[in-house]
Design a protein around this ligand. Sequence first.
Ligand code: GLY
Length: 384
Amino acid sequence: MSRPLPITGEQVQTALDRAVGQVRLNLPKYTKRCQNHSSVNGIYPACGNTQWTCGFWPGEVWLAYERTRDDAFRQTGKAMVESFHRRIVKKIRVAHHDMGFLYTPACVAAYRLTGDEQAREAAILAADQLISRFQPKGEFIQAWGRMGARMNYRFIIDCLLNLPLLYWAGRETGDGKYEDIARRHTATCMANSFRPDGSTFHTFYMNKDGTPGYGRTCQGYKDDSFWARGQAWGVYGSILSYRDTGDPAALDTFKRALAFYLTRLPEDLVPCWDMLFQPDSGEPRDSSSAAIVACGLLEAARILPREESGEYEKLAREMVGSLTECYAVPEPKVGAGLILHGTYSKKSPYNTCFPEGVDECTSWGDFFYLEALTRLAGDWDPYW
Ligand code: GLY
């Protein structure tokens, strides 16, 4: 395959309407229940509101609502807000850091678009939960597990996408504690998660005295390899950090992480799940990484001066063009997703993850694909 062509304005409209049509088809299946993190043989099982990924489906619903203003999307979005409010009030499976992944697309979006006070309250409670995981010794938000446990005294690159919830909560409440913790965590992450060549560690351990420890993978192939989605979270997360802090170091990190990502991309601009591999290895792709990076590029294009934004937008159009041309789900079907060939967690001899969702649709891959199309279709006020 040759390098993909940038998606045109007309193709964006068609792809967006098609994707929104698939979301509409899925409304009855995922209104009382949530959508599983990844599909099984191409179809998402329904699940309870217990996973870290449950926010992406309502995020798609709100993007579809923005496109159509159709009340059917609003009603499902509202049912999800009620479920997410219950989850945070009752503290159901919230003892981890993924409050931003959950509550930004499900509740911040709902509040922004409809003024729903229940959504606002749920999102602020989620921000409180997130800052409760801050470790002053080392200055980081602990990702997983019992607070302070030696085996979990670490943060992960993904957390950069949880931080916009804190900046939002700070603006909403006027309380500086949210931004203070977000900035401290960001400084620790920028100093340790990004290697000198711009590649990233998935997880990073701190010592109990607060000094930096060492990087380890969970979902990448091995500790010193290049887990594609971690790199994608690093790209999108660092440009969001630059937007939220104005710190030139975050912009520099974005450029370095992006440069590394680009050096390892195959010709169709969709990486293998770990960028140690190229497609001739036979290893599966992770299309969700391409969708996440495209959103990061489009955010950079939105906030940076014109001289730089053109190049980022062109690259994003090529990535979204490739996803639309070669990865989009071909036939609408109840329970199907938007883009194929995502990889959630692939087991290797060296990593510690539970194997699931290999070469399937992923709920965040679908969400970020729809976000990228929405960004390309016109001015969009990011949920993040
Ligand atoms: N945040 C976990 C993942 O990207 O799979």
